[in-house]
Design a protein. Structure first.
Length: 332
């Protein structure tokens, strides 16, 4: 594929995304499978989810599958999210370079909502307890758990030294106790290195698929468009060139969900010798999310590079903070 064709492909994707923006955000909060909208990894959340152009390796499977091509060997990522209301999310992603055949990736993501006590209207009323009458708010004594998951297979390829594209097919399932649903969904993404210093662009369409049905009612899944860019402000090829010891990268994403108004996210990532990393980000026009911060460590161990990441997200006074932690192992 020629460089001209790559530029045309990126331009067409950008125009299509912009033209599509006005068609979404008209039915706020009406999509199902909301666990698909929870950011699963600490690095991306540390920069406020402004990650479509930064996405690299196994973590790219959650944001832009084209970023899988930025891994030169094997990449394994394990993540945990301590969400609010005692919910926990777990992610496992793996990517591998297949030489001239491209890159292959797999992912599994589990949302565990915990245990709930069953209540029923026909159990409302006063009951005898300890010789007296105690009001029962409908508790039956039974408990149930809610879990949802998604499993996906991805393929990505670098068509030139600047342009890459990736595709994911994934099966998602949501269990609501008395009703459940599953859906076949697709993600598509592309990245483009502009050639101007380190400026790179990214675009992705996530969770594309048919509405899912619960009983007799059908609801759309959280379809998401992302269009963004990232560039080093400090580094060897940056406007401020101070050697290889420090790198400061800025990223920005325009985000359009199908069930909310347009949003944007911005982030900064500072790396010292690519060993210690500090991050900060902000999400605009989000119901509960705003500022986020994160740190990361990278340490070579024999032929493996070990990565540790943590992020803190401010989810307003009602929900408090959300913590994410991740471990990654990669090889060349």
């Amino acid at each position: 594929m020629s460089a001209t064709l790559c530029r045309k492909a990126v331009s067409l994707t950008a125009i299509s995304a912009v033209l599509t923006l006005s068609a979404f955000g008209q039915k706020v909060g009406t999509s199902s499978m909301q666990f698909l909208s929870v950011a699963p990894d600490a690095r991306a959340m540390g920069v406020g989810t402004a990650y479509s152009a930064l996405a690299a390796g196994a973590h790219a499977l959650y944001w832009n599958p084209a970023g899988l091509t930025r891994a030169s060997g094997h990449d394994l990522a394990l993540d945990r999210v301590d969400y609010f209301l005692d919910a926990a999310h777990y992610g496992v992603a793996y990517g591998a370079a297949l030489g001239s055949f491209g890159h292959l990736g797999v992912q599994f993501y589990l949302a565990d909502m915990g245990s709930f006590q069953e209540t029923r209207v026909d159990h409302l009323g006063f009951i005898d307890q300890g010789g007296g009458q105690v009001y029962n708010p409908g508790l039956t004594g039974a408990t149930f758990t809610l879990r949802s998951w998604v499993a996906g297979l991805s393929y990505a390829r670098a068509f030139t030294d600047r342009f890459s594209a990736g595709l994911t097919a994934k099966l998602a399932r949501e269990d609501l106790w008395l009703a459940d649903a599953q859906a076949l969904l697709f993600d598509f993404g592309m990245t483009y290195a502009t050639g101007f210093r380190t400026l790179r662009l990214g675009a992705s369409v996530m969770n594309f698929g048919a509405p899912v049905t619960y009983g007799e009612d059908a609801f759309p899944v959280p379809l998401l468009f992302r269009l963004g860019g990232a560039m080093d402000l400090v580094g060897t090829e940056a406007p401020i060139a101070i050697g290889a010891s420090s790198r400061l990268t800025a990223s920005f994403d325009v985000i359009q969900p199908n069930d909310y108004d347009q949003q944007w996210a911005a982030g900064m990532e500072y790396a010292f010798f690519e060993r210690f990393i500090a991050r900060a980000g902000y999400q605009h026009n989000h119901d509960i999310a705003s500022y986020s911060f994160g740190i990361g460590l990278r340490q070579p161990l024999a032929i493996v590079r070990l990565g540790l990441d943590y992020s803190y997200s401010d989810m307003n006074e009602a929900f408090g903070a959300v913590h994410r932690i991740g471990i990654s192992l990669s090889t060349d």
